[in-house]
Design a protein around this ligand. Structure first.
Ligand SMILES: [Zn+2]
Length: 64
């Protein structure tokens, strides 16, 4: 995965992922940087996952 489809707010170039940290099975933090070498804009983004078919899996859940 090369990027998240995000663009730099300064120059409009594509952002690429420098690194990511998984803080939780459904919660990751991405550190992004602008792909334009002269721009060097960096930012951070949080990615969360929410279950959408909870009823189908409710029998297997052990924790809330
Ligand atoms: Zn940029």
């Amino acid at each position: 995965m090369q990027g998240l489809g995000l663009h730099c707010e300064r120059c409009g170039s594509r952002m690429r992922i420098r690194t990511s940290r998984r803080l939780h099975p459904h919660y990751s933090r991405f550190y992004l940087e602008c792909s334009h070498s002269a721009c060097d804009y960096r930012c951070r983004g949080d990615f969360t996952v929410q279950t959408v078919n909870d009823s189908a899996n409710s029998e297997n859940r052990t924790t809330g």
